[in-house]
Design a protein around this ligand. Structure first.
Ligand SMILES: Cc1cc2nc3c(=O)[nH]c(=O)nc-3n(C[C@H](O)[C@H](O)[C@H](O)COP(=O)(O)OP(=O)(O)OC[C@H]3O[C@@H](n4cnc5c(N)ncnc54)[C@H](O)[C@@H]3O)c2cc1C
Length: 747
């Protein structure tokens, strides 16, 4: 289990991707899907690189490594139970753990700094803060004073990069770049105290030539909205204050029982194991090597990636770990913002535009390692694991692999199941007479007087490696049919397939997946009342859901019922089919997948209520047949035709790119057969959005027909409810002579 996607862990992931170890599964818990490469961050700030050029896409890298990526934040450890405590999901178990979470600003020590300064650390969050700062400076009329606190390499480099970029911005806006003034404050007597005098002088000259006012021996002890105060009694006025001072370890580490140094960094031995717990490793800024203290720099974090991977591998194989000694002297290439850089190594220093070009070459080459993946070594697919297990685990492993008979419906063992499910708490409902609280052969549920029951079932294979999020999506997808009918969910039974494996791993997989599902079902006030779990090649989950509607069916929303003149509204963007096909091929950006998963986890419950309140005459939820398939399912029973505006379709980020690249779901060809429902198919076939008409959706939005006069109010209400991309995508037409019911407008 890796916490953090820092510079060392990206190396570990790549290493395991290239040399997989049978029997070992890596998982990464990381706050961010795109992790910045610190060496290129100043170049990004200066405007020389794009966002994607300086960020490693953990989603792709984890997939290459066969690792599970859990987008979450670790908040603590239960080392006794061997679990990581996370912000947004149940505790995640580990056998071995490695921590590479960088450093945290010690900004709270200075009164006012939290409120009024922009911290550079955590560096992954800095991009958002930088974008806001850029916007403020663009809008700020007249002179803008910027103060940077921190005179180390980070502070100096950032000052010069920001100055270069902001001057360009003002020039482009037709303003005078001299409206900007910069102050650099450091508590030390000199800037760059860990570098040699030659390097310091070079930077002093650059700063002076660029008009940056340097304040040495200026320890800031108070910050106000537009002013800094130093211990020397100096006041510096500043419209923007950027904080690049020495950072410390994350506060939550104090509760883990791991030994920390005075700054809160984890003490590690030469093998990168924590001095406290040999099963817990740490690397990068967060680690403090007891025998080899070094400055906090990305270069050390990068270098530790290989020995960390090697020692994690040795640890799980039960072999002796290898000591690692970081280099004493290291090369720092510090840029000056204007495509010029200074090299510093021990007592050496040199500078020039060629140093920048050299740095640029090194950095780009480094980043290529994480975007172009080499062919993988293929280890034995099954068969004996090389991982060292204790005898009890070994017995279980053997039974897991060799004793599969497929009998008893290949059910998962009762103890595993009851342990995994015992920790879950489905919502209690009075109308559930016999459910999981008193398990029996089957559940017994009362249908309240005046109500009729709505039944639906859905089931599909896991398309992501995060079982908790997969559980959420599967439950949300199954509930979609209930909401599309205008019903309320009442109870659900689950059907689960899990691949065979060590009992503890199967149990946790079930627990994680069902935790996600139960959260969604509980939010819907839908009681999980039973289920069936069997073994199979792939993880899969589905639900039979029962809902309730009024017996007179007055509130039921059917597919038929659309009337000419009405407007078609779609509540969520489409594109999940192509995006997850691309994800499987390492062709989708991590942030596209993140956004698609957020959309897939968004319930249709409020959307359905809203559509009903605005007079919807027909409704369906978008799933496997794609937009066109579902629309045709509505036009047919309604006896109408429909016009669909391709340009208006709300799309998930990246869907147009991946479908244009020809990356489509395996269900797409079956859906494309419905093209015969299109009246002007020949005109549309080359339209960039054409393929998306057939894109199968998982947990898609609702498609509804709304009277024209209520559309505007309905869309505003939907957006206020969080369906930010709810859009009118077409209109209902009277049935014409043509056989094809759908006509496309191409926009
Ligand atoms: C402006 C600037 C320029 C710099 N330039 C250079 C340079 O040119 N060369 C150099 O060597 N060094 C440079 N540094 C220093 C460098 O940024 C750090 O030393 C380096 O980032 C440390 O790497 P790391 O792998 O330890 O952690 P990080 O790069 O900080 O990565 C930590 C990762 O962990 C994740 N994370 C954090 N907390 C949690 C949590 N609780 N749960 C889950 N995930 C979590 C984060 O999202 C992130 O992905 C620079 C620093 C600054 C401020």
């Amino acid at each position: 289990m890796l916490i953090g996607g820092g510079h060392s862990h990206v190396g570990v992931l790549r290493h395991f991707g290239m040399h997989p170890l049978p029997g070992v599964r890596l998982s990464v818990i990381c706050r961010d899907t795109h992790t910045p490469y610190s060496g290129m961050v100043p170049g990004y700030i200066a405007g020389h690189y794009s966002y994607d050029e300086v960020h490693i896409d953990l989603s792709k890298l984890a997939r290459f490594a066969g690792a599970r990526l859990f987008r979450d934040e670790a908040l603590g450890l239960d080392r006794h139970a061997g679990k990581v405590l996370c912000r947004n999901r149940p505790p995640v178990p580990y056998d071995y753990l490695s921590i590479n979470i960088g450093s945290t600003p010690q900004i709270s020590n200075v009164p006012g700094a939290m409120e009024h300064a922009v911290p550079v650390k955590p560096i992954n969050g800095f991009n958002q803060r930088w974008q806001l700062l850029l916007e403020r400076v663009r809008k700020h009329a007249g002179a803008t004073r910027i103060a940077v606190v921190g005179g180390g390499a980070g502070g100096v480099e950032l000052t010069l990069a920001m100055q270069y970029r902001l001057r360009q911005e003002l020039r482009v806006a037709g303003r005078n770049p001299d409206e900007l003034s910069f102050h650099l404050l450091t508590s030390d007597a000199v800037i760059l105290p860990t570098h040699n005098a030659m390097v310091r002088r070079a930077f002093e000259r650059v700063l002076a030539a660029r008009g940056v006012v340097l304040h040495c021996n200026a320890e800031v002890n108070q910050v106000w909205a537009a002013r800094l105060h130093t211990t020397g009694g100096e006041n510096v006025d500043a419209d923007e204050i950027v904080w690049v001072t020495r950072a410390g370890g994350a506060p939550w580490l104090r509760e883990t029982g791991l030994a920390l140094d005075a700054d809160g960094f984890i003490l590690v031995t030469d093998t990168l194991q924590t001095v406290t717990d040999p099963k817990v490793f740490a690397a990068g800024d967060i680690a403090s090597m007891v025998n080899h203290p070094r400055e906090k720099a990305g270069v050390f974090a990068v270098r530790q990636g290989t020995p960390l991977a090697e020692n994690l591998r040795r640890a799980v194989e039960g072999r002796a770990l290898k000591p690692y000694r970081p280099q004493g002297k290291w090369l720092a290439l510090i840029s000056t913002g204007n495509r010029y850089a200074v090299a510093s190594r021990g007592a050496l220093g040199f500078h020039g535009a060629w140093v920048w070009r050299w740095k640029d070459w090194i950095d780009r080459r480094f980043m290529l390692r994480f975007s172009r993946f080499p062919a993988m070594e293929t280890g034995p697919a099954a068969g004996p694991s090389s991982v060292k297990l204790d005898p009890e685990e070994a017995a279980q492993a053997i039974s897991a692999i060799a004793m599969r008979c497929g009998g008893c419906g290949a059910k998962v063992g009762a103890t595993v199941l009851s342990r995994a499910l015992g920790a879950l708490h489905p919502v209690d409902r009075d109308d559930v007479l016999i459910g999981l609280h008193a398990p029996d052969d089957a559940a017994v549920v009362r249908v309240p007087p005046g109500k009729a029951m709505v039944h639906t079932v859905d089931f599909f294979r896991a398309f992501i490696d995060d079982p908790y999020i997969f559980g959420k999506v599967a439950a949300n997808h199954a509930l979609g049919d209930i909401y599309a009918m205008g019903a309320e969910a009442q109870s659900a039974t689950a059907i689960v397939t899990v691949p065979p494996g060590l009992e503890a791993k199967v149990e946790d997989l079930l627990f994680q997946m069902m935790s996600g599902a139960i959260e969604v079902l509980n939010d819907a006030n839908c009681a999980l009342v039973g289920g069936h779990t069997g073994e199979g090649r792939e993880l899969a989950l589905g639900f039979a859901v029962n809902g309730l509607v009024d017996e007179d069916l007055a509130s039921v929303l059917r597919k038929g019922g659309m009337r000419p003149g009405e407007v078609l509204i779609l509540t969520k963007p489409i594109g999940t089919g192509t995006l997850f096909a691309a994800h499987a091929l390492l062709k989708a950006r991590g942030r596209w997948i993140d956004a698609a998963l957020v959309s897939m986890c968004q319930s249709n419950r409020l959307g359905a209520q809203c559509l009903r309140e605005h007079g919807a005459t027909a409704c369906t939820d978008l799933t496997g047949f794609g937009l066109l398939g579902h629309l045709v399912e509505m036009t047919r029973p309604s006896g109408v035709d429909a016009e669909l505006n391709l340009a208006a379709l709300p799309l998930l980020d990246g869907a147009e790119e991946t479908s244009a690249a020809g990356i489509l779901s395996s269900l797409q060809p079956a859906n494309v057969r419905l093209r015969r429902a299109l009246r002007n198919q020949q005109d549309a076939v080359s339209h960039p959005r054409y393929a998306l008409l057939f894109d199968p959706q998982t947990a898609g939005g609702l498609l509804a027909s709304i009277p024209q006069e209520r559309v505007e109010a309905c869309l505003s209400a939907l957006r206020a409810l969080g369906y930010a991309q709810a859009t009118a995508i077409g209109r209902v037409l009277p049935q014409g002579e043509a056989l094809e019911p759908i006509v496309l407008t191409l926009g």
